[in-house]
Design a binder for this molecule. Structure first.
Ligand SMILES: [Cu+2]
Length: 596
């Protein structure tokens, strides 16, 4: 080797921090773990034996390789919720949409680059109800040297909200599907895995967040619950919202956060009260006559120097049906829309779509408890039927017979969506996708229906962020409602609550080729069929095509590769960093990581 080149190589090895992006390798071992909550124990599916699972740390522009090794008796896959997955749909994770699930004893390497995103997201299992315990945080730091667009907090804490069932969650949903009726609600909510003391198990502790007077903390809130939207508040402390779904928002103060399953919210909280212990509460939001788990999960904010016999300052959670508090929070969300972080709202639209979201009733001769019928859910009256070949594989390899491209762009029957339901509540079954040409723009109105009951549906779109440009109660009016659309600074996110008996309008640009799932993030509604997919064709230009599937898809060993194809087709020359899952050094400095 030329000696100058050799010296340059040595310099590069000595100063890996000078390279802006890294390749971060994680290993997720999916294992059973016996776990005790609510004074009762059961084996649960976990990643690396942890509940919640390990936090995945990365920086904007990093390439992430996660080797998921399945040691349990369920086939499973993992979804990196909110990661754009530009051209890397093979790493998105929903089972039978972008991949076949990983079988027992097998592994799969998720390989994706984080582009144009920074903030908090979550990862979770995307099959059956396994995400009840198989979930964790994704923390994306800004590029090295790029500050937050708000005062830097003194410390940061991941706060994962969840739900806990004493029974096995697969048994809960299987029982429900057999009967045709709704499943049992959870037995408790959790904050970082713990419900806090409750009346029939007062001895169990809750999560404690130690704080120091005068310091400011950023809480990275995640709702990983299966079926419930949650309020979150801290006694005596205001919260400043700065980011949702890994996009910055115009900061605003509130005492109560509303967060739906699949959503994330970063808030700043200042330890500006007198020393003591303050209650943190997560409680359900449900403004329809539908059963929910009404227990409040509690944790505590614990000031340093607090005397041992100090009582806890309590807070009262909002009423379960506090629609005004929910609306007030949702209506306060605006994109930051700064010069550095503009809101790129599509100003013209190529596709004007209108999807109803809601429930239905279909015949089920074996459903005895349901009197021969069962609850289902649908979009535009289509109850999605899961294929046995992944849609993305069928698309890429031109396998026919797996899906059809006739998902309706409008409801097949027009009725008073939020008024008296139609005489037939039956849906049609199908594996239908809606096809979009590359880079076309979409406006999609999601309209709740009152069939069975109006209900808030948190709809999640894979592969894209969208802008929430409008929202209202009752039926969407295409003549008058667009006048009130916000096309300047609407909030940008990946999961949006369609209000009970109302609608939301979203816009996005189809700039990511592949097959992208869209579904309700209430797991019971997804199970019942409230899901569909967009198929986005390749563009004609360079870097506008879906990349080929990983080698592992062809049955070769899925070993970690050190050099991975970059988006532009060249090889990544960034250092490979083995980051211990769940470990955080404040500044993600390389001295906290093993550079190989
Ligand atoms: Cu739903």
């Amino acid at each position: 080797m030329n000696s100058w080149v050799r010296i340059l190589v040595h310099v590069a090895l000595l100063f890996p921090v000078l390279v802006d992006s890294a390749v971060r390798q994680y290993t997720f071992d999916v294992v059973m773990k016996n776990t005790t909550r609510l004074c009762s124990s059961k084996p649960i599916v976990t990643v690396n034996g942890q509940f919640p699972g390990p936090t995945l740390y990365a920086r904007e522009d990093d390439t992430v390789l996660v080797k998921v090794v399945n040691h349990v008796n369920y086939n499973l896959s993992i979804h990196w919720h909110g990661i754009r997955q530009l051209r890397t749909g093979w790493a998105d994770g929903p089972a039978y949409i972008t991949q076949c699930p990983i079988q027992t004893g097998q592994s799969y390497v998720y390989n994706f680059t984080i582009t144009g995103q920074r903030g908090t997201l979550l990862w979770h299992a995307h099959i059956l109800w396994l995400r009840s315990t198989v979930h964790g945080a994704i923390v994306i730091f800004p590029k090295r040297g790029v500050p937050y667009p708000f005062p830097k907090p003194d410390d940061e804490v991941v706060v994962v909200l969840g739900e806990w069932w004493k029974s096995d969650t697969e048994a809960v949903i299987n029982e429900a599907l057999k009967s045709g009726l709704a499943p049992n609600v959870s037995d408790a909510h959790t904050i970082n895995g713990h419900p806090g003391p409750i009346s029939n198990c007062p001895s169990q502790g809750g999560f404690t967040l130690p704080v120091e007077n005068g310091k400011t903390y950023m809480l990275r809130l995640i709702n990983a619950a299966l079926n419930e939207e949650l309020f979150f508040k801290i006694a005596g402390h205001e919260l400043t919202v700065v980011e949702v779904d890994a996009t910055y928002v115009k900061p605003f103060k509130t005492d109560t956060i509303l967060i739906a399953p699949g959503q994330t919210t970063n808030v700043l909280v200042s330890a500006d009260q007198k020393s003591g212990i303050y209650m943190v509460a997560a409680s359900p939001f449900m403004d329809s006559p539908i059963a929910v788990d009404n227990l409040t999960a509690t944790a505590t904010l614990h000031y340093s120097g607090t005397l041992a016999n100090t009582g806890t300052t309590l807070t009262t959670p909002p009423p379960q049906n506090a629609t005004p508090i929910a609306n007030n929070f949702v209506n306060s969300l605006r994109s930051l829309n700064s010069k550095k972080y503009p809101a790129l709202v599509p100003q013209t639209i190529d596709h004007n779509l209108f999807f109803t979201v809601g429930l239905g009733i279909n015949p089920c001769p074996t459903c005895k408890a349901g009197n021969g019928s069962r609850a289902v859910a649908a979009m535009n009256n289509v109850t999605f039927v899961m294929p046995t070949t992944a849609l993305l594989q069928a698309h890429f390899f031109n396998i026919s017979g797996v899906f059809t491209t006739d998902f309706p762009g409008n409801p097949p029957h027009v009725f008073n969506y939020t008024g008296t339901p139609p005489s037939s509540l039956q849906t049609t079954n199908g594996t239908k996708v809606f096809r979009l040409a590359y880079n076309t723009t979409v406006q999609l109105v999601l309209q709740d229906t009152s069939i069975l009951a109006p209900e808030n549906h948190p709809i999640h779109l894979h592969g894209f962020n969208f802008f929430a440009i409008g929202r209202g109660l009752g039926n969407y009016n295409p003549k008058t409602d667009p006048r009130n659309f916000n096309l300047v600074d609407p909030v940008e996110r990946n999961t949006i609550g369609v209000p009970a008996g109302g609608w939301v309008a979203i816009r996005f640009r189809a700039d990511n080729p592949g097959v992208w799932f869209m579904h309700c993030h209430l797991e019971i509604h997804t199970t019942w069929g409230l899901k569909m997919a967009f198929l986005v064709d390749n563009g004609k230009g360079p870097n506008q095509s879906l990349l080929p599937p990983p080698i592992a898809q062809f049955g070769r060993p899925p070993d970690l590769v050190v050099a991975v194809p970059a988006i532009n087709g060249s090889m990544v020359s960034a250092p490979v960093v083995i980051t211990q899952a769940g470990f955080l050094d404040d500044n993600m400095d390389t001295d906290a990581e093993t550079v190989v």
